[in-house]
Design a protein around this ligand. Structure first.
Ligand code: ATP
Length: 475
């Protein structure tokens, strides 16, 4: 049976991966804190992305732009005018829905009932409505004509559909007037676009080249749910790749492949990954595809790869009055580069990795929960476990721990039955358990238990760090 979301949420809280934000005050909805294990997992995934995008590509460099930006940035990017979700309220329950998602839910219900023809027809109308100039009215018309009822109250008593801007705003300085209004960035990409020339000039890069960034983004999502899948504060890992106009499809295909390979390299089961080609493209895009993952709540987007033409740089040129052109020395021509972007949510990637790694197994009449993380992303690479808390075993174990800690993160535990200590490590995904026993004191050997096979091997302590480093880098 598929792992349910509440099993993952409960494990995350129980073992210190992820907590509800401000929990002692009843929590703040759709906002989460990463605990001691979650922060390690997140850091490993973040480092893996950075290594993969920046260190392994000699024409990609990184930046870290501010969250607050000049408000005109968001005019130029289109977010002030168009970063909206269509909203509808159930007048009886007072609950708020995204009108397009309400219709999607209705379509899914039709399919479940075997009414595929009808579902196809409504879907076609939905796509048309989303592309229409009169999007709110067109969505409202579908809801009315299909008599779509509220999922919570069952009522058919809706407000009109209204557009709701997803950006959070605040004020700089003491005066809260419109002139001082700024936004919390809803994506990290714009920090890259506005630094295009700064980075190009200082790094002396020639096109094609990329700029990568990891950072927080904020969206006032109307319906935020499914744990860390959709939150109001989240982290994005984005890269903008600047190319000569006409070369974008080559870059798009290359990055599509590289991004897929990265997810698989983190241990994600490729059978649970799928491409989703966009049927409706944003007006400035000439290709767009999502990497989706099969969660228990359906196939959902993890990452978007978008060919964005010269839309962003052109728009910033227009709004700022500063030329955003590039002089191509080889071609002896001037142009505004085209952009292919890869944009992945760090928190969503974490949720995918948790689902993908989670398994329950029966072992000799006992059961165990395992997070089968790839060693490279596991919070701890090894646990150091003296068999008993006496006879010099803890002292030797501490020495071994000090040696291993120079290379990677380890966990020390000397309390309780060894079987129970193994289970605790399985549940947080620690790939190796090192046990120090009586024999270790005599001949310096220790046992290394493998989390997945549960096989144990005897290794001399002097060979231990090399042995583990070898395995961690392979697996
Ligand atoms: P969705 O359709 O799910 O709202 P999107 O198409 O708006 O996502 P993008 O703007 O392309 O998403 O953002 C790129 C990535 O950022 C997404 O693939 C996702 O992983 C992540 N992301 C976007 N919004 C959120 C959110 N509210 N919470 C967590 N991650 C998010």
């Amino acid at each position: 049976m598929a792992t349910q979301l509440d099993e993952i949420i409960s494990l995350c809280k129980r073992r210190g991966f992820i907590f509800q934000s401000s929990e002692i005050y009843g929590g703040l909805s759709a906002t989460y804190d990463y605990g001691p294990l979650g922060v390690e997992l997140k850091r490993n995934v973040r480092d893996s992305w950075w290594r993969n995008m920046v260190y392994l590509n000699d024409n990609v460099v990184g930046i870290d732009a501010a969250i607050l930006m000049h408000p005109t940035v968001w005019k130029a990017s289109g977010h002030v005018d168009a970063f909206n979700d269509p909203l509808i309220d159930d007048k009886q329950s007072k609950n708020r829905y995204r009108a397009d998602q309400l219709i999607e839910g209705y379509i899914a219900k039709l399919r479940k009932k075997g009414k595929d023809d009808k579902a196809d027809a409504v879907y076609e109308r939905l796509v048309e409505a989303l592309n229409s100039e009169e999007m709110p009215a067109a969505l409202y018309a579908i809801i009315q004509e299909e008599e779509i009822r509220s999922p919570d109250s069952g009522a058919f008593d809706w407000t009109e559909v209204r557009q709701f801007n997803l950006m959070f705003s605040t004020y700089v300085g003491p005066a809260s007037d419109t002139e001082n209004k700024v936004y919390l960035r809803p994506e990290t990409a714009q920090g890259i676009f506005v630094n295009f020339h700064n980075v190009r000039e200082t790094s002396r890069l020639q096109i094609p080249f990329g700029i990568a960034q990891i950072g927080k983004a904020f969206r006032n999502e109307i319906v935020a749910r499914q744990f860390i899948f959709r939150t109001r504060e989240f982290e994005q890992m984005e890269m903008q790749y600047f190319v000569k106009p006409g070369m974008q499809m080559e870059a798009y295909d290359k990055w599509k492949q590289l991004r897929w390979d990265w997810h698989v390299s983190n241990g994600v089961n490729p059978d649970k990954l799928r491409w989703h080609e966009h049927e409706k493209l944003a007006h400035y895009a000439d290709a767009a595809v999502d990497v989706t993952y099969e969660f228990p709540f359906g196939w959902q987007e993890i990452e978007g790869i978008h060919s964005r033409t010269d839309f962003d740089l052109k728009s910033h040129q227009e709004y700022s009055g500063k030329k955003q052109e590039y002089f191509d020395q080889q071609e002896n021509e001037r142009y505004i580069p085209y952009v292919v972007e890869t944009s992945v949510g760090l928190d969503r990637t974490i949720l995918m990795l948790l689902f993908d790694a989670y398994r329950k197994e029966d072992v000799d009449g006992d059961s165990r929960v395992v997070l089968g993380f790839k060693p490279s992303i596991a919070p701890f690479k090894a646990a150091i476990l003296p068999l008993v808390k006496k006879d010099g075993m803890p002292e030797l174990a501490r020495k071994i721990e000090a040696d291993l800690k120079r290379h990677f993160n380890t966990f020390y535990d000397e309390k309780g039955a060894i079987g129970r200590r193994y289970r605790r490590m399985d549940e947080i995904g620690t790939p190796y358990c090192i046990t120090i026993d009586g024999e270790s004191l005599d001949d310096g050997s220790v046992t290394v238990r493998d989390r997945d096979s549960m096989n144990q091997e005897r290794i001399n302590k002097d060979r231990l760090s090399g042995y583990l480093l070898d395995r961690i880098s392979q697996g």
